[in-house]
Design a protein around this ligand. Structure first.
Ligand code: C2R
Length: 172
């Protein structure tokens, strides 16, 4: 989808503002690869109707991959997956009570028929890399960037993580 002349192919949805410090790594990684994304704070149990409307709109507008971060009883990625045929990547957020095992199991144990690709607890960077790999299936420029990235990884030449920046984000 196009927003102010930019093509947006990934959206990052998180259940709460409190997930933002972890989910930031997904946006930063996408940006490093030149992939534009949209971000939304939308909870499946707090804003079910808004979430459904947003997922339908985003799918209709050509969003190709959804990244969804949530903690505790993390139904958000599964609900998104129920509403779209685009791939959904779930990021289990670490929690204070159960260390994120609650989030992990809620996301990874989707019943058969509605898959959610699940990364590690707090694995927002990997979620972005997986999204990029999906997009790279039909984007040669991205494929080349991934090859370069793998090379740097093998040579131990990884850039330090950039600092998070203050920016507006649509809540709800
Ligand atoms: P608060 O910090 O707002 O109390 O949220 C959020 O992702 C967050 O990690 C605590 C945790 O609740 C999670 N949450 C979900 C969903 N919505 C919010 N798991 C959902 O729809 O799955």
């Amino acid at each position: 989808m196009k927003v102010s002349g930019k093509t947006i192919s990934v959206t990052i949805i998180m259940g709460s503002k409190s997930d933002l410090p972890i989910m930031e790594a997904a946006r930063i990684t996408l940006k490093e690869f030149g992939v534009n994304c949209e971000e939304r704070i939308l909870s499946a149990h707090r804003n079910p109707k808004k979430l459904a409307a947003y997922v339908n709109e985003a799918t209709g507008n050509g969003i190709e991959v959804f990244i969804a971060g949530a903690g505790k009883a993390a139904h958000l990625p599964g609900v998104i997956a129920s509403l779209t045929t685009s791939p959904v990547i779930g990021v289990p957020i670490k929690t204070t009570d159960l260390g994120g095992m609650d989030s992990l199991l809620s996301i990874v144990q989707m019943p058969s028929g509605v898959p959610v690709a699940t990364v590690a607890i707090n694995g927002a960077k990997n979620a972005a890399l997986l999204a990029i790999q999906i997009l790279a299936l039909k984007d040669k420029v991205l494929k080349n960037k991934l090859e370069q990235y793998k090379k740097e990884l093998a040579e131990g030449r990884q850039k330090p993580a950039p600092q998070p920046e203050e920016r507006p984000i649509i809540d709800g």
